[in-house]
Write a new protein. Structure first.
Length: 187
């Protein structure tokens, strides 16, 4: 089935949809869950996004996620395994009309992927110019490739890599500033 590539203005309900879904996911995956985060464009309040809630789940053991596949299926998720990213478990959910509503990315706690996703989100929330550039790129690509998700994704790749680089440097600078402030407090 071809899915239309659509980006829409930020919806303030996306955060509450994340909150509701994260509670269900926590119950389904059980005590293995360490933390659940809202990621992706729906977590960035100032930009256009595909109306799909991306959720990142940190777990103590990725292997234990596989034994919870039935619980995730009962919530309406399709279990996709690693789906192209080593040591990830990926789940998709559509509504009753077949429209995609959620992506779940599960990684072990302290995974490099966890940090990358969180820093990307935090950087764009703290840098409105880059967030707007990303929003405009997404809108342009959705207009150019309304029925080709692969070309839409490929079109974002270079920008995402550049933001990943900027975000990692920003995070490093934030850490240095925090360490300096802590040292100053100890003096």
């Amino acid at each position: 089935m071809t899915r239309k590539v659509e980006v829409v203005p930020h919806n303030p309900n996306w955060h509450s949809l994340f909150e509701t879904e994260s509670k269900q996911i926590a119950l389904a995956l059980g005590e293995n869950v360490i933390a659940i985060h809202h990621i992706g464009s729906t977590s960035i309040e100032t930009i256009y996004a595909k109306p799909i809630i991306d959720i990142l789940v940190e777990v103590s053991s990725i292997a234990k996620v596989d034994i919870k596949n039935l619980a995730m299926q009962l919530l309406g998720y399709e279990c996709m395994g690693e789906f192209g990213i080593k040591d990830r478990r990926f789940f998709l959910k559509d509504d009753l009309t077949g429209i995609r509503t959620h992506h779940i990315h599960v990684f072990e706690v302290d995974s490099v992927q966890v940090q990358r996703h969180l820093v990307f989100r935090d950087y764009l929330n703290s840098h409105p110019e880059d967030a707007q550039a990303y929003s405009e790129l997404k809108r342009s690509l959705a207009n150019k490739y309304p029925l080709d998700i692969e070309k839409y994704m490929d079109g974002k790749d270079g920008f995402i890599q550049e933001i990943d680089r900027k975000a990692a440097e920003w995070r490093r600078q934030q850490s240095i500033l925090l360490e300096t402030k802590l040292k100053d407090l100890q003096v």
